[in-house]
Ligand binder design. Structure first.
Ligand code: ATP
Ligand code: MG
Length: 358
């Protein structure tokens, strides 16, 4: 979205509040399309108070973690694409009558001022004209994106402190949509799919209907709330709560107590997601049912979560595999990343596969 389309390959750098995910891809033209393979990949956990509720509290610690993960993963590229999520990002789909580019630029400013709940001066605004849908009328569908300038500045500062070059800033939702298009071309073209990336603080929802992005939404809910509730409800420490969420055994609490807290939290999260689905279906009285759900983000590792989605929504639910069509050489690279960490890398892969200047 924001920034020039880079002509060189870029490193996808997903600075989450819980951990940093970084991936560098090799790109080759093959049969008229880009073929990707993972060149380098890395993960670095962040101290839990470095980024709190989306705010960068300890920039030095985050910059240090970025440098460490680049070194550990032996990433040579310095041009990075980062992304922003949460309540600093507003994405709205608007319909406008067909018009010329110049007129459109003015309309966008007007629409941004009226559709975005922050002062226009405090945001960076960008837009994309969506491909017309078959049978759609004369008008244009526009995706309007606004991100708070202070958040952009905070992330640009982190990248600078880590001595990398900021090639572009993206939003998590678009990165996820990119990764979906590349890895699931058939589902992308033929189905109505919900992508749900459940991180620590933010859950990003994207609904794609036969290749057309229909809805992007960030909920302020994720694994951190699960950990916090485990801690409070079971009277345990942060580290133990985090371990329980990961399914590690504990000597101080019984499994049934843990299961009770986890299922209550899962239900709350799924209820929030259901509101978004209902909103989507009510809009234009859409009949298009969500046929498939793809889960990513750290919280998607929760043992029972795919079954809970299937039960609630009656749609086939699986983990999103960001390496499904991105070659991953398990002989050369850590197989742990492929087998255990793949769900964490949806956004990072989407950033690294960002469309380039041809
Ligand atoms: N095995 C696991 N089972 C369940 N939850 C897990 C597991 N491993 C990590 N998590 C949780 O996943 C979350 C981290 O996921 P992720 O790396 O996608 O988030 P993030 O990108 O750092 O955060 P955000 O994007 O919300 O700022 C944490 O809340 C963590 O507790
Ligand atoms: Mg994240």
């Amino acid at each position: 979205m924001f920034g020039l389309k880079p002509s060189r390959p870029v490193v996808g750098l997903d600075i989450g509040s819980h951990g940093i995910k970084v991936v560098e891809l090799d790109v080759r033209r093959k049969g008229g399309r880009d073929a990707f393979s993972v060149a380098h990949i890395g993960y670095q956990a962040l101290p839990h108070d470095a980024i709190v509720e989306g705010q960068v509290i300890d920039a030095a610690a985050v910059a240090e973690a970025i440098r460490t993960v680049f070194d550990k993963a032996k990433i040579a590229g310095r041009d990075v694409v980062v992304s922003i999520s949460g309540n600093s990002v507003i994405i709205k789909k608007i319909s406008l009558p067909a018009m010329e580019t110049e007129e459109l630029a003015e309309s966008i400013i007007w629409e941004a001022k009226h559709n975005i709940p922050y002062p226009y001066e405090e945001t960076n605004v960008d837009y994309a004209v969506l491909k017309p849908r078959p049978g759609a009328g004369e008008g244009m569908e526009i995706l309007l994106v606004a991100v708070k300038k202070d958040k952009v500045a905070a992330f640009a500062n982190l990248v600078g402190q880590a001595r990398k070059n900021l090639a572009a800033i993206e939003v998590d939702a678009f990165a996820l949509f990119n990764a979906f298009e590349i890895n699931y071309p058939e589902e992308f073209a033929e189905k109505t799919v919900a992508l749900i990336n459940m991180g620590a603080n933010v859950t990003t929802i994207v609904i794609s209907d036969h290749g057309a992005p229909q809805l992007f939404r960030d909920l302020s809910f994720g694994g951190s709330a699960f950990v916090e509730n485990l801690r409070k409800d079971l009277g345990i420490g942060l580290v133990e709560a985090e371990n329980l969420l990961r399914g590690l055994p504990s000597r101080s609490v019984e499994p049934f107590q843990v299961d009770a807290v986890l299922s209550l939290n899962t239900r709350s999260l799924i209820d929030e997601i259901d509101k978004t689905f209902t909103f989507y279906q009510a809009e234009d009285k859409r009949e298009g049912r969500i046929e498939q759900i793809l889960l990513s983000g750290g919280l998607s590792n929760l043992r029972t979560i795919t079954a809970s989605f299937e039960q609630k929504f009656g749609a086939k639910t699986t983990l999103f595999d960001p390496f499904r069509r991105v070659h991953y050489n398990e002989k050369r690279l850590s197989s742990e990343f492929y087998q255990e960490m793949a769900p964490f890398f949806g956004v990072a892969v989407g950033l690294a596969t960002r469309p380039r200047e041809k």
